[in-house]
Design a protein around this ligand. Structure first.
Ligand code: PLP
Length: 394
């Protein structure tokens, strides 16, 4: 078996594409003007920002006036949630509905608001990693300011019934925000048609650079600033525009939303092949619904191993992957997403996430299917956990 390099961690971040890089390069060196400056160099930069805003709006089915550039997905989430919370508190509404398996950019923001006197309801997910819109409906109260539910989960890739939730929110007169950081470029999104009031996205998940994001805010919703200062972004988000990153994001979202269905079909077929290959290993389970999931997401629990050790061994075979546990944060706690699915701490610890894209070949898939069982066998051979599992089974 010849060693390959396979990047299967696109949910963590993606490489900047050639197209994006080429579009960005002039804005670092020659087109360096400040978009607020009156002379041509400045005006050209202003135009570049306008063009990128138009591209983002088109990709989301929004009006360009509804698109605000931010520094990342986390900022967009913070701004949306804190902004709506402040806006609605003035009307006596201090209750927020979210789910148990949101990204920490949402969860830590709602926890912060709880400390500031807001009340938050966390709706559960079912064993397939899906939210029941009825649970959202039941959680909404007269004083609910906002419902924030992620579009697709970053660990298990499950795609939520966003339109149904948005409809419920509209009926109840509650604003609806969705963290679509993992969904944009992988599923078709039309914010107006789907009834989404606010949406967060991040550039580095769709082959733009790190440190650029967007918050879409439906016309008429006047949330207060998160960042105060100059008059950029129609006075709503201060800070001299990161023009190269904005230009890159415009190209990235245009490319990512091209042929979504075709790309999705291709990736789904390879993903299913890898899932089936890995599930042949005894004592494994797929986390999250098999069909209602992002085309490139694979998340499998493998009993009798530690997520961190499988990642290191896979790395020695040239495979970049991720675990269900929060190893990157230096925490030994298992993932809150996997625990919310009902997994035990031990099983949640031994989880593997592969997030693939359409550059992954059949040969790459075969390589993964060959390497993972080898690595698992090796880890289990010296795992006291595995010994316990086997002994209990006989
Ligand atoms: N929301 C989700 C679902 C994510 O997966 C991430 C990043 O992993 C974020 C928010 C944060 O995005 P950023 O890294 O741009 O701050």
């Amino acid at each position: 078996m010849k060693k390959r390099f396979i990047y299967a961690d696109n949910a963590a971040t993606t490489a900047v594409s050639e197209n994006v890089l080429n579009a960005m390069l002039p804005y670092f060196r020659y087109e360096y003007g400040n978009p607020s400056s009156i002379y041509k160099l400045g005006r050209d930069n202003e135009q570049a920002v306008i063009d990128a805003r138009n591209k983002v709006a088109k990709a989301l089915g929004a009006d360009p006036k509804e698109i605000f550039f931010t520094s990342c997905g986390s900022e967009s989430d913070n701004w949306a949630i804190k902004g709506v919370a402040e806006l609605m508190a003035a009307k006596g509404k201090k209750h927020i509905v979210t789910s148990v398996f949101e990204h920490h950019a949402v969860l830590h923001t709602t926890e912060y608001l709880q400390k500031k006197g807001y009340d938050v309801t966390y709706v559960p997910i079912n064993e397939k990693g899906l939210i029941d819109p009825e649970d959202v409906k039941k959680a909404i109260r007269d004083d609910t300011a906002l419902v924030t539910i992620m579009y697709a989960n970053n660990e298990i890739g499950t795609i939520q019934p966003i339109e149904e939730i948005a409809k419920i929110c509209k009926e109840k007169g509650v604003l609806f925000h969705t963290d679509a950081v993992q969904a944009v470029g992988h599923v078709n999104i039309d914010v107006h048609k789907q009834g989404i009031d606010l949406l967060s996205l991040s550039g580095h998940k769709i082959h733009a650079q790190k440190g650029i994001g967007v918050l879409y805010v439906r016309k008429g919703i006047n949330i207060p600033n998160l960042i105060h200062g100059g008059g950029q972004e129609k006075g709503k988000r201060a800070g001299t525009e990161n023009v190269p990153a904005i230009v890159g994001l415009g190209v990235a979202i245009e490319d990512a939303t091209k042929n979504i269905d075709e790309k999705g079909k291709k990736i789904t077929a390879i993903r299913n092949k890898i899932i089936d290959g890995i599930l042949k290993i005894p004592y494994t389970r797929l986390n999250g619904d098999r069909d209602k999931r992002l085309p490139g997401n694979i998340n499998i629990s493998i009993e009798g191993i530690e997520g961190e050790s499988i990642l290191l061994l896979l790395d020695s075979y040239g495979i970049c992957a991720s675990s269900g546990s929060a190893c990157t944060s230096g925490s030994l706690d298992p993932s809150h997403v996997l625990l919310a699915l009902g997994l035990t701490h031990e099983v949640a610890h031994g989880s593997l996430r592969l997030s693939i894209e359409d550059d992954l070949t059949e040969d790459d898939a075969d390589y993964i299917i060959e390497v993972v069982p080898k690595v698992v066998e090796r880890l289990r051979s010296f795992s006291p956990l595995w010994e316990g599992i086997i002994n209990n089974a006989v």
